[in-house]
Design a protein around this ligand. Structure first.
Ligand SMILES: Cc1cc2nc3c(=O)[nH]c(=O)nc-3n(C[C@H](O)[C@H](O)[C@H](O)COP(=O)(O)OP(=O)(O)OC[C@H]3O[C@@H](n4cnc5c(N)ncnc54)[C@H](O)[C@@H]3O)c2cc1C
Length: 472
């Protein structure tokens, strides 16, 4: 049957109710994909290996405070923004009180300064702004200004972020403004970031305006302000609402149930799970890359076997007494100049979201591109101690007491801003979807970030449900 064939709607609904889809992975990708499948009446079973849904989205109670230990916010756009509405959570959204980031390790007297707000990928619109000058110093500022005097055609269309910035504005802009953000936000060195993927239109605007700072100004004006949001009470409320909606739609959810293998159709897929196998008409794999490849490689002959890798990171979330933090001395986040500290960054969740009730909640991140987390070989007590020391150094305050700590390990999926990532992901996806009634989604294919993950999961589920209903 093809989508063009005329099928009476009642018959189509009956048909949908006989199709079972297995969704493997209960992170945001899996939950969004599962929900899309239930919307057309498919029967859905979700498998999640851990004891809880949500994956990287996790809220825990620390010293009586609900705290996000993974993703703490999302870009409010696309499928995710609509979903929040559908789930009745729009009224629970909160905007950050501050998004200011500081960079620490600049050397000199202060050793820390706020990143200017008028930047794109850390590239300043105005290098003479007070904040940019404080970080760049006089020499660095004047070198950056050469950008305004230099004809754009001396470098042409340059896709490597590092080369573009160094050539136009000099090494200090690259090292002190661009690199901390690239590593902290994209998890990638500027050398590995493709300007056309990270900031589409920047190169064209450079040619039009005649300078990189002019191009930044143009793109910033077109894009408008950022709209990141969180959920009051923690991001896990989003997961809870998704779970409730799935259960109401009749989905079966099996937590603490790892899927170890997929066996290809015969007539149906066999999903090998620890407790009980499942026969399914269609399968969506929504796990992180390593487990996705373990499941997919045996059944997708053309899937490239070389892992593209993610970045191991650890976070230690602390509830602390630190009166020095009352004034929010480093805004929402302090980013270490790469290599200058054991930690990569410290997030002040109390400054950003107003949580803490007199105490302060901070989250220290360790590890980055080509840098294993400094906490990797430490036990929990030693990792907590290192996190408190790094928090004191990055925020420039004394930490008087650690009331509670939570440690988590993640693998950060590569961003699509990394050179070649989007092409690799498309190749992988094409190979997977060439197999009948099989699909995959998740951050390793969509790029890291909840908004992208949700968009991709919904689009992937849409393609699969068409194939499952109109049989490919
Ligand atoms: C520390 C950190 C902070 C972040 N902060 C933000 C943020 O503030 N905003 C933002 O937009 N993005 C953020 N991100 C990125 C974002 O959280 C992720 O891109 C997104 O959550 C990934 O969702 P996912 O469903 O693809 O994967 P995951 O969340 O990793 O979910 C995959 C699930 O699959 C399960 N699984 C694995 N193997 C199996 C198996 N064999 N059988 C069954 N289940 C299996 C796992 O247990 C897991 O629950 C952050 C990422 C990290 C690491």
């Amino acid at each position: 049957m093809s989508p063009n064939d005329h099928v009476p709607l009642d018959e189509l609904a009956d048909q949908a109710g006989r199709v079972r889809v297995a969704v493997i992975g209960g992170g945001i990708a899996g939950l969004v994909a599962a929900l899309e499948c239930t919307k057309v009446g498919l029967q859905v079973t979700v498998f999640e290996t851990s004891g809880r849904l949500g994956g990287t989205v996790s809220t825990v109670e620390l010293d009586g405070i609900r705290v996000d230990t993974g993703a703490d916010c999302f870009a409010s756009r696309g499928r995710l923004a609509r979903l929040v509405d559908e789930l009745g959570l729009a009224g629970a959204l909160i905007a950050p009180a501050t998004e200011t980031r500081w960079v620490v390790g600049t050397g000199g007297g202060e050793d820390a300064a706020p990143l200017p707000e008028d930047t794109l990928l850390g590239i300043p619109e105005n290098m003479f702004g007070h904040e940019a000058q404080a970080i760049l110093g006089t020499g660095g500022t004047w070198r950056a200004y050469l950008d305004r005097l230099r004809p754009p055609l001396t470098i042409g269309h340059e896709r490597r972020l590092s080369v573009l910035v160094r050539t136009r504005m000099g090494q200090k802009v690259l090292d002190r403004l661009v690199a901390p953000l690239a590593v902290g936000v994209y998890g990638a060195e500027p050398d590995d970031i493709d300007v056309d993927a990270a900031a589409p239109g920047l190169n064209a605007a450079l040619t039009r305006t005649g300078s990189l700072s002019g191009a930044v100004a143009t793109l910033r004006a077109q894009r408008g302000g950022s709209a990141i949001r969180s959920v009051e009470g923690g991001m896990s409320r989003l997961v809870d609402a998704l779970e409730a909606q799935l259960r109401a739609a009749g989905a079966e959810i099996r937590v603490a149930t790892s899927v170890s293998a997929l066996e290809p159709p015969g007539d149906r897929w066999t999903v090998r799970a620890v407790d009980e196998d499942l026969e399914a008409d269609a399968v969506i794999v929504a796990t992180p890359e390593a487990s996705a490849r373990a499941l997919l490689n045996p059944v997708v002959p053309t899937l490239d076997t070389a892992p593209s890798g993610g970045i191991p990171i650890e976070t230690v979330t602390l509830v602390v007494d630190a009166p020095g933090l009352d004034a929010h001395p480093r805004g929402a986040e302090a980013l270490a100049l790469p290599g200058s500290r054991a930690a990569a960054a410290a997030l002040h969740l109390t400054a950003k979201w107003g949580i803490g009730d007199g105490r302060h909640v901070v989250r220290i991140a360790f590890g980055g591109p080509d840098t294993a987390p400094a906490t990797a070989d430490l036990d929990d007590a030693a990792a907590t101690e290192m996190a408190a020391t790094e928090a004191a150094s990055l925020f420039g305050v004394a930490i008087e007491r650690v009331r509670a700590a939570h440690r988590a390990r993640f693998t950060l999926a590569p961003s699509h801003a990394v050179t070649g990532r989007r092409r690799l992901a498309t190749q992988g996806r094409n190979a997977i979807e060439a197999v009948p009634r099989l699909a995959a989604t998740g951050a390793w294919l969509s790029g890291s970030g909840l908004a992208q993950v949700a968009d991709d999961a919904a689009a992937t589920a849409d393609r699969l449900r068409r194939r499952a209903l109109f049989s490919d």
